[in-house]
Design a protein around this ligand. Sequence first.
Ligand SMILES: [Zn+2]
Length: 485
Amino acid sequence: MPSTFASFPDTELEAIYEELVREFVTYQTNVALRAISRFPNVDMAMIYIEQPDGSEHQFLAIDPRQATNPSDPNSIGANQDPVKLARYRGYIATAYQVANQAVQRVINAVGIDANGVPNSNVFVVSDHGFDPFHTAVNANAFLTANGFDTTKIRAVVSGPAVNFYINLAGREPGGTVTRMEYLALQQQLFNALENVTDTNPNYTGGPTAVFDKIYTRPVPDDINDPQFGRLTNDFIGQDSGDVFAMLRTGYNFDGVQNPVVIRKDDPVVANPVLSVSNFYGAHGYDPNISNMSAIFFAAGPDIGRGTLRQIQTVDVAPTILKLLGVEAPSTVDGKALAVRLPKNLLTGLRDQLNALVGGDPETQRRYRNAVDALNRAIDSNAWLDGSHLRNNGDMVFAAVANAARELLEIENPSSSVTAIVAALADTARELAQIAIDQAVVANVNERQIAAAQQKIQEGDASVASGDFVGAIDSFKHAWQGASRR
Ligand SMILES: [Zn+2]
């Protein structure tokens, strides 16, 4: 029996979806705003906006290899439906607008100051990027086509990722596979995955491996080791498969149609591994692929103005903890970002020092020298903006090092002084890292970047050994290396 929706024309289905996009995001935003209005003094409120994720899955048709009619394999390339492609572009634009309006409603709820800065710190983050895909991959068809016994290996897919679980005796309930057989199956699976190749010229310029990354669960040297089948590493966690693999972009495990639609010029078989998919956008590929990058925006009373270096999603939680004044537990990955931006950080450290000035005349002199040095660092014309230095930026590093040197001369320094010295080194590091990230974006040659990165590592080693002035000097060299054009 055909689905009820099959009798509706595409444009009506799309109109229904668009209404859902607007209504659901409005609903999600209302829930968040109601929570904020009921608990106006809450320390943190979190809101999830479903768009543009949903719309990009449905409508990210931007690659000529994507069939604009999922039931017609010929609707690729010159045969794509240009009117549909234009409509789809419009839906994606709508999704971004709707998400943008949701953020604006949150900003309106917390209010803004005279400069338009939100009165509360507002973070806008996503957890992944997106890529278009043209081909659906059937993991079970892969197992069958390669002669694997599916009572011994089970595939669990999620987007472009697949976990293969071997039915290992002693680990799985009713497991049937011996340890010797596990070793053989794991290797066979790895080899078979490596050999899955797309050779269809409609989809690839030349034979292309369909799998981008393949990882196997580590096995102990001794087959009788009680940890056999349970070892983990960076890529295979406790609950991962015995083989974990990720597809190359353009391919996705979701979207296999029933009945299956054979791709243009592929051999006609009953259960193909590759087929025409029935939707268009996916995520979950190797996070190092640039299109998989997520977004990070922040504005508010504790946030500076400028551009941060490239950050990792794991840095978000420690950043928020730091702003809330909560110490991150040791189990928290990532590092708090300098969201106040280096120039503001130095200003804050200068203000902290000003408040500390006291003690015997010699100590007072050291404090004052450190404050003067930081004033030189902050007020110099070396700043392009709150996080970027001009060509004469080395004078900022020199002044910061000077401040640290003065503070380290103080006898029996308080823990605040020690913390300020460490923060000075950390800010110098941030300036260097920002310059390195800029150099990467500017395609500066890899050796120059590697040399600058090496200086950062030397600086980190100096920090670890308590040599903060030496560290600031290394960070200065890193900055100089990365800034040279
Ligand atoms: Zn999604």
